[in-house]
Structure formats: C-alpha cells, structure tokens
Design a protein around this ligand. Sequence first.
Ligand SMILES: [Zn+2]
Length: 249
Amino acid sequence: MKIIDAHTHLPGWSFGSRPRPIRELRRAFEDEGLAGAWLFTTDGLLGEPARNNDILAEAVAEHRDFFAPFCTVNPLDGTDAAIRELDRCKSKLGMRGLKLHPWVQAFSMMHPAVEPVLAHAGNLGFPVIFHDGTPPYTSSLQIAALAEKAPQTTIILGHAGLDDLYEDAILACRRHPNIYLCLCSTSGGYSEQIIRHCPVERLLFGSDGGFMPNLIKLAIAKLHETDAPASVLRKIFYDNPQRLLPLPA
Ligand SMILES: [Zn+2]
C-alpha cells in the first residue's frame, strides 16, 4: 500500500532532533515505508520563520517529487508581515502549504491576525495544518472556531486532538466540512473511534517523522492494527493526501 505522510519535520537544532542531509532523510523515510511526505520546519516554529522557510525550500529543491514543503509564519509578527511572507513562500519558494503551531509559537487562535492569515492561505491554495490537542492555545475547538470563519481554507488538525481532545476533534470534523484530521501521535484506540465517526475522505496519516528514527514505521503499524479495512486505510494513507496535494505518482 502506497503511503504519504502528512506530518513530518525537517530535523533541526530543536525538539531533540539534529540536522541531517536531505538525501539521508529521504532514504530513511523511504525505508520506513513512505512514497512521499509533507515536510515542515522544526526550528522555524521557535523563531525566524522566513530564514527557516528558506532553509526548508533549499533542502527539498532536488526532491520535490517526494517532499511537499510547508512554510510557517507567526501571526504575532502582524497581519501584513505574515501575509507578505505567505506570498513570498508561494511565489518565490514554491511552498505548498502552511504549518502553524499556536502552542510553540505562543499565539492565541483569537489573535486578530489569525483569521486573515487563514483566509489568505486559502486564497493561495495552501492547506493549513495546526498542531492541536494541547491546551490552552491549541484545543481542537479553538481551531474549529476559526475554520468556520475561513470556510474556503482547508484546515487540518495535525494530531486529531491527541488523547485529551480527540472527541473535540471528531466533533470539529463532523461539524465543519473544511476540517481534516491527521492521525499523528493519536492513540490506536482513539484512532479507531475517529475512523468510525468521521468522514473517511477527511482523514490523513501522519507520524512526526524526522524527530527520531522509526516513528514512521511505528505509526504505520499502529494504523494497521486498528479494525479499519484496507479500503479505508488506502484512503487515509494515500488517496486523501494525494487528492489534497498531488505528488508525482
Ligand atoms: Zn509535528
């Protein structure tokens, strides 16, 4: 079964990772079972988003057939600056989506810059993936409240609520047609609940791969251990991410 991972990070100097050559990272991802990966910055979530967007774009330049790079911006820099950076990431760097991490980037979903940033990302055709599941800044329903205000933007809850908020994530997904859930670090039993209760077309697979070895392999095994039939897993692993952001087959 072909697998695209919708939640991976370019290893950097933070969160216990270490920089690795992109060729080596790709080989490791392929060895763990991937046909492609959406790749986010790690260091850029802690600061200097523009510089780290450049680093990510340069890293994947020769590997666009495998990696779909996602930029980041910080709404705390203000609406104009964030939107300027989004435009630059689309036109100059060829980024394909936006990653936001309200917890680590330390902004509230109610900050006035968040809504225009989400709307603008939607105009650019960027899906927006959020870290979610860790209150206070990243509860699934806080993000859902903004998803309602940017109905043309695809919003992905990057951890499907984690263990504490997976029920909120299910509610958000059922209520808002533009919300997708990424099963990343979500427990196996809760993943089963999510698969059972959400539209399967809006579920994605993710692993947080890049932080340490074998995360991808373990995350794949976890989903295979659920009671979801192969036809459903095929959508989660491949058809859905490929529909949202096509990578060369
Ligand atoms: Zn992550």
